[in-house]
Design a protein around this ligand. Structure first.
Ligand code: ATP
Length: 238
């Protein structure tokens, strides 16, 4: 079903999330337009990862709803949400360490495709991630941390999703590798994928993003276009 262009791709409405008796998210709402990128910002423990994991269905909210591409996905399983083209890059490595880089990609892209289609898709991945091309014969477990995250990201892009959620993709990486990761994300965005980004490098996240949501103590305290949000240094001090 085609949705009107003006309708947001993602709408999170008044979400509460609890871990047992501990309430982590209080009435969070925000929206993400089609094709846009959004940075989810806030101090440690603010609830960013919890909110992202709720959107991708890994945690169920106790209140509120999540509308994706015009449909209510609040009660769907993570698997059903993935099928609707909302993908969260797996945390940690998300790769097969004892297989080569190309083999990892063949496993991800081979399902349902002929050998020549798979080869073509992998060539496209190598255009987006030239560093993976250079390392294509290497065992995935021997890649650097940044290269492993690029491989996990590439595996998540079996077909360009409508929405990609990336949580701390550049955590602990050298600045030069962070540059590569962001260059890859720009490529993915150019292909029309919306991106929800949780990122410790706030300035990098804001450069990349059209919109930002700022969280504090489980609440959304600010939401809007990056150009209208003002001085983030003062906003983000816990
Ligand atoms: P960080 O930037 O440090 O990763 P965050 O903003 O992503 O933080 P969350 O990881 O979402 O924050 O955590 C929000 C709150 O929920 C924190 O108080 C955290 O301790 C708590 N929390 C997170 N995961 C769990 C869990 N599995 N069980 C209980 N409490 C949890």
């Amino acid at each position: 079903m085609n949705q009107p262009i003006s309708e947001p791709l993602l709408e999170v409405v008044e979400i509460d999330v609890s871990y047992g008796p501990f309430k982590a998210i209080f009435g969070a709402s925000f929206s993400l337009p089609r094709g846009a990128s959004l940075a989810l910002l806030g101090p440690n423990g603010a609830g960013k990862s919890t909110l992202a994991r709720t959107v991708s269905g890994l945690i169920k909210p106790t209140r509120g709803k999540i509308i994706f591409d015009g449909q209510d996905i609040t009660k769907l399983s993570p698997w059903e949400i993935t099928r609707r083209s909302l993908i969260q890059v797996p945390e940690g490595r998300g790769i097969f360490a004892t297989l080569g880089v190309r083999e990892n990609l063949e496993l991800a892209f081979g399902c349902g495709n002929s050998a020549s289609q798979t080869k073509g898709l992998i060539e496209k991945v190598f255009e987006t991630f030239p560093r993976l091309h250079e390392r294509s014969g290497q065992l995935a477990g021997t890649l650097s941390g940044g290269e492993q995250r690029m491989l996990a990201l590439a595996r998540a892009l079996v077909s360009p999703p409508k929405l990609l959620i990336v949580d701390e993709l550049s955590l602990g990486l050298a600045p030069v590798v962070v540059d590569d990761v962001f260059a890859s994300l720009e490529e993915i965005k150019k292909q029309g994928t919306s991106v929800l980004l949780i990122e410790q490098h706030v300035n990098r996240a804001l450069e990349f993003s059209d919109r930002a949501v700022v969280m504090s103590k489980g609440e959304v305290v600010l939401e809007g276009p990056v150009s209208e949000l003002g001085d983030m240094d003062t906003i983000l001090i816990p």
